[in-house]
Design a protein. Structure first.
Length: 116
């Protein structure tokens, strides 16, 4: 069954990028903190960098967890546009998802605790 997780991660990355655009388009505050709804340039830069980091993480997950899925090429393009590196190892995918999980060390093997 296909989970469409790559599509969800892509939409999440796109949402973060949209927030970056909205942040950059806010009016810049004057010395009195006006106009209403403004942000300082420093705040805009910090918030935009944080949003770019989150968007990059979403796109990176597409490439590292779901490299053969529909959104892989789009994720590469978005990482390039964000000036972020494209992960060198793009393995995993279905093989990673279907690997057998081992019980945690120190637990009885009959317990249903698994490494995540």
């Amino acid at each position: 069954m296909y989970s469409r997780a790559d599509e969800a991660l892509y939409v999440l990355g796109q949402d973060y990028e949209g927030q970056i655009v909205r942040m950059r388009n806010l009016p810049t505050c004057d010395a009195h903190g006006l106009p209403r709804g403004c942000a300082t340039e420093g705040l805009k830069a910090r918030y935009s960098a944080d949003l770019a980091k989150h968007a990059s993480e979403a796109y990176d997950k597409i490439l590292t967890r779901y490299p053969m899925m529909d959104r892989s090429d789009d994720a590469k393009r978005r990482l390039t546009a964000l000036h972020q590196p494209i992960p060198a190892h793009q393995g995993g995918g279905r093989a990673e998802q279907s690997r057998t999980r081992q019980p945690e060390r120190g637990h009885d093997s009959s317990e249903k605790r698994w490494d995540c």
